[in-house]
Design a protein around this ligand. Structure first.
Ligand SMILES: Nc1ncnc2c1ncn2[C@@H]1O[C@H](COP(=O)(O)OP(=O)(O)OP(=O)(O)O)[C@@H](O)[C@H]1O
Length: 593
């Protein structure tokens, strides 16, 4: 009844259980013991009734009763060990799946995050894994045991009295048909349930992230209405699945009762004719419970297992997401030797790029060269492609046309680790974790010392303000640096980039205005970097732009002008126009946006 695809999933995920096969083996070895003791009990019941109670000969009866007690005890122990060891295997396996998924998510390309809301990924790691833990690990274990027990019981019943067993078996085909039909229905519904839950979680995550904006713009009602729509979809799917669950449950309960009635009706007639003993009839009535109750539970477990198959489906999708470097042939360190030890040059040759196959080009034949010790400023109106250039250098996106040469080597042939160690990125939209300032500066450099962290902060003039904060470098940040000012956040981002130790600084200059003292520190840090390092900067402030050896002016993805500040001013073209525009709006340092 398990479809080919399901078996494929199970196989794929069973690989994770391999390290725990010792525990699984102990659990599985308990199964025959559980089955044998389960069969011995009805057999001993028949013996007690037919050989002792019906004949009035009680010699040896205490031994048989003793044996029955021992059988029950062994059955109990075998069942407990079976559940304990297999659950332990399941839970450790899930732990490994969770860690492996998390690691994979961290390495997925940016395109995945562009098209997938964060909440959807979040629900894969939380509710989908929970569904597998609750339903698959627990459900499958009891289902397998119940199924084997039921088959074994039916075989025993056939041996004891086949005509009575045939009475029982006549009801099996309709029951199996109904179970199969409802199973398919439930599977469809569980898929909807999980995807609406994921959508709801995604939206919830987005709302909580932007709750301040929601409150500021009084958008509570609008946001609530959308959340209600998602949760309502979830509720409807749940209601539908409840309906099928209820039908299934009552069908099985009804069938059990009818079959017991049939057995009593047919069996008592045979007892009167002395074709069946009383012990056999009583054992059959008892066995009915043992055949149908697992069948009823089995259908309940099927519902839970459907839920976990839908979850497997989602996790499998995530495991199938290609990693950025999948399918690419990369050069190994042996191929490029020590040509990447120090930064020499970075060259764009006719680079064109679009984010997706069906979207327009955002970079068109861009060419420039950055030499060691030089500074390059990227200038242009919003959306002209400046950040995209930095993203291509950082290998956040890779499928560009043309050539990007790092020290003469094609960038797409290098792994992120082999190329990115030469660069440090100073982001505008820096993310600060809810950890200490020291942790945030040293991010990604597990072995960095406190002295090096302080050195990096001193280099960008951040040391003084950090030392004046309560707890200094150990001050805990919260809410993405919500307890710092915008300027302080920028300085920490600068310190983080310097601590990374890259030879080329990629700066995405912030446009937001900060207080004049911090602004002064930021300007001093930038001019120090421009004097001492190789820099490629998305520059907005005239003071930053003027420090650059080369200014690249971009317009709608194309390089329209290239030169020094003086050369471009003399040209009186796009750059001069941008400057004039900024001069009209600004009082102090001009900001080109
Ligand atoms: N992840 C993305 N997916 C699809 N299109 C994108 C993506 N990021 C940017 N774009 C598009 O690419 C174009 C260039 O964007 P880019 O961020 O490089 O501009 P920019 O010059 O850095 O702008 P700004 O100064 O406003 O930051 C824009 O039209 C933008 O809409």
């Amino acid at each position: 009844m398990i479809k080919g695809l399901d078996i494929q999933y199970i196989r794929r995920f069973l690989v994770f259980a391999k390290p725990y096969k010792g525990w699984a083996t102990i659990g599985i070895l308990m199964l025959p013991l559980s089955i044998v003791t389960n069969l011995l009990f009805p057999w001993l019941t028949i013996r007690v009734i037919d050989d002792y109670l019906s004949t009035g000969n009680y010699d040896g009866l205490p031994w048989v009763i003793g044996a029955m007690i021992a059988v029950v005890a062994v059955n109990y122990i075998a069942d407990s060990c079976y559940s304990y060891f297999l659950r332990k295997t399941g839970q450790h396996t899930l732990f490994d799946i969770r860690m492996s998924l998390f690691q994979r998510i961290l390495n997925l390309p940016r395109t995945y995050f562009d098209r997938t809301p964060t909440g959807v990924t979040l629900s894969r790691l939380t509710s989908d894994l929970e569904a597998i833990s609750d339903s698959f690990v627990m459900g499958v274990l009891s289902m397998v045991r119940d199924l084997i027990n039921t088959v074994a019981l039916i075989i025993l019943m056939l041996f004891i009295n086949w005509p009575l067993t045939l009475v029982v078996l006549t009801v099996f085909p309709p029951v199996l048909y109904i179970t199969h039909w409802i199973r398919n229905k439930l599977r469809e519904i569980y898929k909807i349930t999980r995807s609406s839950l994921a959508k709801g979680t995604g939206y919830l995550q987005e709302c909580l992230f932007g709750v301040k904006t929601v409150q500021l713009y009084r958008a509570e009602e609008e946001v609530e209405a959308r959340y209600q729509a998602y949760t309502q979809e979830f509720l409807h799917a749940q209601m539908r699945s409840n309906k099928y669950d209820a039908v299934l449950f009552s069908v099985i309960t009804g069938v059990t009762t009818i079959t017991i009635g049939l057995i009593i009706w047919y069996g008592s007639g045979r007892v009167v004719q002395e074709a069946v003993t009383l012990g056999v009839l009583i054992a059959f009535i008892n066995n009915m419970e043992k055949v149908f109750v697992p069948l009823r539970d089995f259908t309940g477990q099927i519902a839970a297992i459907q839920r976990s198959f839908a979850a497997f489906d989602h996790l499998d999708e995530l495991f199938q997401e290609p990693l950025e470097e999948d399918g690419r042939t990369l050069l190994s360190p042996a191929d490029f030797g020590d040509r990447l030890r120090t930064f020499e040059s970075l060259e764009f040759r006719d680079v064109s790029f679009r984010y997706t196959q069906d979207s327009p080009y955002v970079l068109k034949n861009v060419s420039f060269k950055l030499e060691k010790g030089h500074q390059l400023a990227l200038v242009g109106t919003t959306g002209s492609g400046k950040s995209t250039i930095l993203r291509l250098i950082s290998k956040v996106y890779q499928d560009y046309e043309g050539q990007i040469l790092l020290n003469g080597i094609e960038l797409s042939a290098l792994s992120i680790d082999d190329s990115m160690h030469l660069f440090s990125l100073m982001q505008q939209d820096v993310y600060l974790f809810d950890q200490s300032i020291a942790f945030n500066i040293g991010l990604g450099k597990a072995s960095i010392s406190r002295t090096d962290i302080q050195e990096a902060a001193r280099y960008v003039y951040a040391d003084e303000f950090i030392k004046n904060l309560p707890d200094g470098y150990d001050m805990a940040l919260s809410g993405n640096g919500g307890n710092l000012s915008a300027g302080q956040t920028q300085l920490i981002s600068f310190a983080r980039a310097v601590a990374q130790g890259g030879q080329v600084i990629m700066l995405d200059e912030a446009t937001s205005s900060v207080d004049s003292v911090t602004e002064n520190l930021i300007q001093r840090a930038i001019s120090r970097l421009f004097k001492e390092r190789t820099v490629i900067a998305i520059a907005h402030r005239l003071s930053t732009i003027r420090h650059s050896d080369t200014i690249l002016v971009l317009d709608q993805g194309q390089v329209v002008e290239q030169g020094t500040h003086e050369q471009l001013l003399a040209r009186n073209g796009v750059y001069a126009g941008l400057l004039n525009q900024a001069a009209d709006q600004d009082g102090g340092d001009m900001v080109l946006t």
